[in-house]
Design a protein around this ligand. Sequence first.
Ligand SMILES: C[S@@+](CC[C@H](N)C(=O)[O-])C[C@H]1O[C@@H](n2cnc3c(N)ncnc32)[C@H](O)[C@@H]1O
Length: 183
Amino acid sequence: MIGYAQDQEAEDPLGISYEIGSFTDLSLYRENCFDVALSTMALMDGPDFPAAMRAIYRVLKPGGILCFSVLHPCFITPAIKWIIEEDGSHSGLRIGRYFDRSPFVERWRFSKRPDPDDVPLFSVPRFPRTLSDYINPVSDAGFQNLRIAEPRPSDSVSSRHPWLKRWWDHAPLVLFLSAIKPC
Ligand SMILES: C[S@@+](CC[C@H](N)C(=O)[O-])C[C@H]1O[C@@H](n2cnc3c(N)ncnc32)[C@H](O)[C@@H]1O
């Protein structure tokens, strides 16, 4: 993905530089140098979330903003199952093992792509966490003004992708969190 991004930058420069590193080790960067740290659906895939919060706090400028999304820990648990009625409708979500933090490897593919059977399953490391496992390390790192959001698919997105309607009806798939490094 970084290779594609670097090629794109070479073709149509926007002044973006791409580096490869871990969100738990941002020693490549000096402290207080970024206005914003933005992460999309990645911080859930590392084993040490508190270390990531401390690393990001260090490199943000005072007043800098942290903003990230992860799979919603209350609903995407190790034992999740849709409750499906006889007519095929989804009437709810059964949640289990919310407190089970055992890491595991999920074998997965994008089932909604046009040719799902043509691609091999890929492996994703999973580190189940509770809601407090996400929120407390953010404030422990020093961030303030924590806010969370639990977005639902919009009407237009749900009508283009009907499978998303069950998420509109019953549970948030994604948790958004934002916070500020105090001045
Ligand atoms: C679910 S993918 C999301 C990718 C992309 N942000 C998106 O929304 O399509 C999770 C990403 O997190 C990356 N990742 C996992 N552990 C990481 C770490 N310690 N530091 C940086 N990235 C990491 C993985 O390589 C993977 O690309």
